[in-house]
Design a protein around this ligand. Structure first.
Ligand code: PXL
Length: 276
């Protein structure tokens, strides 16, 4: 039997709700075969204060090479890459492959407050990785940062941000409006039209890993041959269900519930298309 394959190049989040762990759980829900290249281990040690343990490029490259050689990749996503060196090497590696479906989640700060990228790395993200992307998936702070600090407060601002972010060279931009007030509206842009994806706002703080899981769901859809708008729409339903049924454990911001996909109410999400 064969099955489509999705690769995540991202950090390991020991708490289980974000990063590689969220990506694998999501791939499983979408029935694609997940593979992983771990860039860093994220787990705060209260005794030492240390929370991020990056892997050497040798270790990351070994994972990428063995996955490509033995398994294959129908789509990949990048999450936490952390350093300029990792970003530049990953971009170089992607260029050597024939991989077509590339989702770049420009992860910057986790919901638990950790800085997930070094400050000097964002330029490489902008100039070397994003131009290779089929789709980038910034949230509002990430979009604002990539645009040099523009404030984003409304859906109109998200559309304007998406329009400008297209200039960085990806084929599509998805700016996620999770931090708006009112409904949870994300703006997908293909350079000609805006797709406004709207879901009800769910009143919870427990959204750890929501961005990771959303971009992983999109990656799974692309691996299965969906086009970007189809994959994003389905992923929006998945993440809305995941947030609606999000989990609370002993402490901190709880994760979204990946297995909630089946509980999704079809009437919940809608898409509106506008010409740019
Ligand atoms: O949700 C952002 C994120 C991405 N990657 C890793 C993380 C987090 C947040 O906790 O730990 C590895």
């Amino acid at each position: 039997m064969t099955i489509q394959r999705a690769l995540t190049i991202a950090g390991s989040a020991a708490r289980g709700g974000a990063g590689i762990q969220a990506d694998l759980k999501t791939f499983q829900e979408f029935d694609v075969f997940g593979t992983t290249a771990v860039t860093a281990i994220v787990a705060r040690n209260p005794r030492t204060g240390q929370g991020i343990f990056p892997q050497s490029w040798d270790a990351i490259e070994a994972q990428l090479v063995t996955i490509e050689k033995d398994i294959g990749v129908d789509a990949l996503k990048t999450g936490m890459l952390f350093t300029k060196e990792i970003i530049e090497n990953v971009a170089y590696w992607i260029k050597q492959t024939a991989i077509q479906n590339i989702v770049v989640d420009p992860v910057m700060i986790g919901k638990m407050g950790s800085a997930l990228v070094k400050e000097d790395a964002m330029e490489s993200m902008k100039n070397q990785l994003i131009p290779l992307a089929t789709l980038i998936t910034p949230n509002m702070p990430e979009a604002s940062y990539l645009l040099g600090g523009t404030e984003l407060n409304t859906v109109e601002d998200l559309k304007e941000a998406a329009r400008h972010l297209m200039k960085l060279g990806s084929q599509y931009v998805l700016v996620k409006g999770g931090r708006l007030t009112g409904p949870a509206i994300d703006v997908l842009c293909d350079g000609q039209q805006f797709y406004l994806l709207e879901a009800p706002r769910i009143d919870t703080i427990h959204t750890n890993g929501a961005g990771c899981s959303y971009s992983a769901a999109i990656t799974a859809g692309l691996a299965k041959g969906q086009n970007v708008p189809e994959a994003v729409m389905e992923a929006k339903k998945f993440i809305t269900a995941g947030i609606r049924y999000s989990l609370t454990f002993k402490a901190g911001v709880g994760p979204t519930y990946h297995a909630a996909y089946g509980k999704y109410d079809e009437t919940d999400c809608k898409v509106t298309i506008e010409q740019m």
